[in-house]
Design a protein around this ligand. Structure first.
Ligand SMILES: [Zn+2]
Ligand SMILES: [Zn+2]
Length: 392
């Protein structure tokens, strides 16, 4: 009798122990499937309402600890005005890296710039790709400074400018190193990560070395002339592209700075290295408007000359050679005209409401109710009153 009652008891005990053992893994497994818990895996940046939450400050401090910068450390990026071409100089804790050097005609400018800043040694020289508006002026750098390592996506390219680059590198006994996406190295207390090229391309622009420089909590993305194909491949590679400052790809060409790429970078600032009155139409309105949509503050070497960005590891500040406060990316191409004046002098009337609007007004009437008014006087004469939104 006793044995018969014990058996179910023992079995019940075993079952109970099993359920205790499995309870916890079960609970956490279901928890992960609860819709609410997925919020935990969404980055806080995409939850704007939480960005000012009470949990934010500690994580901010954690980040500082992760990216500690030694006392007395300094960091600067000089976006040197070399006309239609790229040239950036990155200085950190007495170490230097030059990325591109503009056309060969700019080599003396590069030479003089390095000399003026006492930079006679470059830890890294980066030729983003073989085009002359990027590598030509590097001869000026190689004439003045000794170079430790030269990075370029190719070791051969059929052009005089490239042969010249090889010659100047050869004079210093330097051979080109072809970096691999994912490589990283230090420049003082800044870290540099190679993001592209992801693979070989026929389009030389897409072969551009794309690299991200991180200094403390600030970061800088240099994209050479990479176009949307290369941008998509870098995006797909899954790197953390988020950056404080973006060197806009391909001088603001329409074929670069695609929306998905820009959205992943989410820069606060962008620098366009471009020549005044260039024949390519750079920077294009398409790219400028994408930057406006993303609320990016734009600096331009064609309008402001050399642009220098300084980082203290938490925030960045900019200074420009000229036109510090100029409109670099006006909200509409017509902003040279005061907002309440029509650029063309013409207005659009609504035959229904008898209101008249600026052609740029967001509340324009349906096409069939529109009437062209050639001046404010005409509008008033015909009994139209001004729209309350665009205040024409
Ligand atoms: Zn190019
Ligand atoms: Zn270029």
């Amino acid at each position: 009798m006793k044995k018969r009652t014990l058996l179910p008891l023992i079995m019940a005990l075993i079952l109970f122990l099993c359920s205790v053992y499995w309870a916890n893994p079960n609970v956490s497994a279901t928890k992960n499937n609860v819709p609410g818990s997925t919020i935990e895996s969404i980055p806080t940046e995409s939850l704007p309402d939480q960005s000012h939450g009470s949990e934010d400050p500690p994580s901010d401090e954690e980040q500082t600890e992760h990216h500690d910068i030694p006392v007395g450390s300094t960091f600067e990026v000089h976006f040197i005005d070399v006309g239609q071409g790229d040239c950036s100089l990155i200085l950190c804790d007495g170490k230097a890296m030059i990325i591109d050097g503009g056309e060969a005609s700019e080599s003396s400018k590069v030479y003089v710039y390095l000399k003026a800043h006492g930079i006679d040694h470059l830890e890294y020289l980066v030729a983003t790709h073989a085009h002359s508006d990027h590598i030509g002026g590097l001869s000026g750098a190689l004439n003045y400074a000794t170079v430790e390592k030269a990075l370029c996506p190719v070791t051969q390219y059929d052009s005089k400018t490239f042969q010249s680059l090889l010659k100047y590198l050869g004079n210093q006994g330097i051979e080109i190193t072809t970096p691999i996406a994912g490589d990283s190295f230090m420049l003082g207390s800044a870290s540099v990560q190679i993001l592209g090229p992801q693979k070989p391309y026929d389009n030389a622009n897409d072969t551009s070395i794309v690299l991200k420089v991180t200094y403390g909590q600030t970061s800088f993305l240099f994209t050479g002339d990479a176009e949307r194909t290369a941008e998509a491949d870098i995006l797909n590679a899954g790197f953390d592209l988020s950056s404080t400052v973006l060197k806009v790809g391909h001088h603001g060409s329409e074929s670069s700075t695609s929306y998905p790429f820009l959205r992943a970078i989410m820069p606060q600032y962008a620098v366009i290295q471009v020549g005044k009155g260039n024949s390519y139409g750079h920077p294009t309105e398409a790219t400028l408007s994408r930057l406006r949509d993303a609320d990016v503050q734009v600096y331009r070497t064609d309008l402001q000359g050399t642009v220098v960005c300084t980082s203290d590891g938490r925030t960045v500040s900019f200074s420009t050679e000229k036109n510090e406060d100029i409109q670099t990316n006006p909200t509409a191409p017509t902003t040279s005209v005061p907002a309440n004046v029509s650029a063309s002098g013409a207005y659009i009337g609504n035959t229904n409401s008898k209101k008249y609007h600026l052609p740029s007004c967001k509340n324009l009437p349906a096409e069939k109710n529109r009437v062209q008014l050639h001046s404010r006087e005409e509008a008033l004469e015909k009994g139209y009153s001004p729209c309350g939104n665009c205040k024409p």
